[in-house]
Design a protein around this ligand. Structure first.
Ligand code: MF3
Ligand code: CO
Ligand code: CO
Length: 276
């Protein structure tokens, strides 16, 4: 996101941190709830409906719905869609990859995360891209220390992604998060100059959400809906996102799932059977 709110205090008290932890925990629970449904035959709109119902049944608020006019609860970005894919009624099919991006407001605090899922048997290239993107997220997280620069994150991610031959998306970044969806600091996934002046003090909460393209990094927004972002060259794109709290002891991942891939794992296709 490029326009970030400036007025929000960045250094969070222990009470604030508990609020963010609860939001991250619920958001991760929502991801685990959706996980078995992300299979061939399901439509992104069905996933969207499931996410809306689960969120509101638990008394929480879908953050994307109505955000700057966004029409749905979740973002579903399939194949060459980089991010902000609007859920549609096209069933997922074997060989697709889909990023599911979830954001929830829990007692005024935001939790934000995404995963890219492999639908059934995918090409080796799709698997390698998704695996590399998953590992790139953790390269970014492990580059974080208290009072490090934001640039350390982008440096780690870009170095890793480039070695694999992938383009790192520049137009969309991670972001500070708290009582607002998107706030300072911006977290670019490449080492830009300005991020070398921004320090991650304990009490800062932010997302890391690298988008890697199998081809070149450039993207374009679909002019029909003004949301859907695709790779310019039509290549596949993958993304993973966590919400991170910088503590006095290092980064704390607030959106860890129970059932999803854990740090060091190989990302694999959902074990759930395809829906006929
Ligand atoms: N969840 C996305 C992010 O990681 C933002 C989606 S904004 C929406 O920042 F309006 F498209 F939902
Ligand atoms: Co985000
Ligand atoms: Co997100």
């Amino acid at each position: 996101m490029s326009r970030l709110k400036k007025e929000i205090p960045l250094y969070l008290s222990e009470e604030d941190r508990q609020g963010l932890r609860a939001a991250g925990r619920f958001n991760a629970q929502l991801m685990d709830f959706l996980r078995p449904h992300v299979v061939a035959g399901v439509t992104p709109l069905e996933l969207d409906r499931l996410a809306w119902t689960y969120t509101t049944d638990h008394g929480h608020t879908p953050a994307c719905l109505g955000y700057k006019g966004y029409p749905n609860t979740i973002c579903t970005s399939v194949n060459d869609v980089v991010c902000h894919g609007i859920p549609n009624d096209v069933p997922l099919k074997e060989g697709d990859i889909i990023n599911v991006d979830l954001t929830t407001i829990v007692n005024g605090w935001y939790g934000d995360q995404s995963e890219t899922f492999l639908i059934g048997e995918t090409s080796d290239e799709a698997r390698r891209l998704v695996q590399t993107t998953f590992e790139a997220l953790y390269r970014g997280i492990r580059a974080c220390r208290p009072n490090c620069t934001v640039r350390a994150i982008g440096q780690a991610i870009q170095t890793f992604a480039r070695a694999a031959g992938y383009g790192v998306v520049r137009e969309y970044q991670g972001h500070g998060i708290g009582r607002a969806f998107h706030q300072e600091p911006g977290i670019p996934h490449f080492p830009d100059m300005a991020s070398g002046r921004h320090i991650l003090k304990p009490g800062t909460c932010f997302t890391i959400e690298p988008m890697l393209n199998a081809g070149r990094w450039r993207t374009r927004v679909d002019s029909r809906d003004n949301w859907t972002v695709r790779t310019m060259d039509g290549s596949l794109s993958a993304q993973f996102e966590h919400t991170i709290l910088m503590t006095e002891d290092g980064p704390e991942i607030l959106t860890l799932t129970q059932d999803g891939p854990q740090e060091g794992d190989t990302v694999c296709a959902s074990v759930a059977a395809a829906r006929s």
